[in-house]
Ligand binder design. Sequence first.
Ligand code: TYM
Length: 338
Amino acid sequence: MPRIFSGIQPSGELHIGNYLGAVKNWVALQHAHESFFCIVNYHAITIAFAPDELRRRTRDMAISLLASGLDPAKCVVFVQSDVPEHTELAWIFNTITPLGELERQVQFKDKAGRSEQVMAGLLNYPVLQAADILLYLADTVPVGEDQVQHLELSRVVARNWNTRFSPDAPYFPEPQPKLTPTRRIAGLDGQAKMSKSIGNTIGLLESPDAIWEKLRPVVTDPARQRKTDAGEPEKCPVIYPLHKAFSSPETVTQVETNCRGAQWGCIECKKVLHANIAAELVPIQTRAAELQAKPAMVDELLADGGQRARAVARETIAHVRDAMGLDARTSSPSGATA
Ligand code: TYM
């Protein structure tokens, strides 16, 4: 089975941008792939955080992922810091990654622009991401569009390492992103992408009432001042794309017809969307509540995932150490095996 890897930061609640751009795809792909899904807490500490909150959010993220449909019998769900080989490989990759490649990463420039003091971890963030993926020799990475540049870097890293240490037969694959039609979900402001750090999100576990309070004021096609004004769905930045994600094809056609023909007002259209979002999220929320009541079981599942991931990670690291001459104790100074 082809192997896939992906990760998510436990830096806040899982939102419907994460869900539609990545997690829903993970749930679908786990059946036909050997799959590793990682809660990347080492990445989350590259920005301000509180230790107790990080601990809580890590477990909450696991709960949201399991409730969304990741099945530990079909895939490996684990926490990054349970597998120290991630940071070991990241260090090794730091030594073959040109600084310029890191400085031109858009996410680095964005986040660095917002920080008073920029830490080296923020710059090296995509090197750790390359290590995450390549540790499992994964060639396919289901992500949202914002991760495409990071994956380009992981291909540079794989290529650089192969050229230097495995020139005859490339050891690391060059991972490709696997995107969905919902690769970039706009935030509720209708401008920026939906993002935890901007606070323009709908959380996966928010109650239907709370979701309605957020949807009701959302901006639609500016041409629709009154219900009788005809609109263009393509100019509706949030509601129409969310219909395409949550509503049936028949409903999407109805939305298009009723918007262009001014048969529905925007509130009516939002009510239909709201019902469809609730229909998809409420079962997830019910499962999440069940898991929240069993924290020890969730911790056990994560510990087991960590062990299964580590078994693979150890093999890769052993190969890398050997290829780079980092396995000093297994060889004599003359090169003969001890
Ligand atoms: P993170 O935690 O920001 O997001 C997790 C996943 O959700 C996707 N996503 C979105 N998709 C569509 N629309 C949006 N508005 C939206 N917001 C987020 C992201 O593209 C991502 O797939 N650097 C990564 C975590 C990471 C990783 C990895 C990913 C670490 N190591 C290795 C893949 C492979 C990140 O910050 O994702």
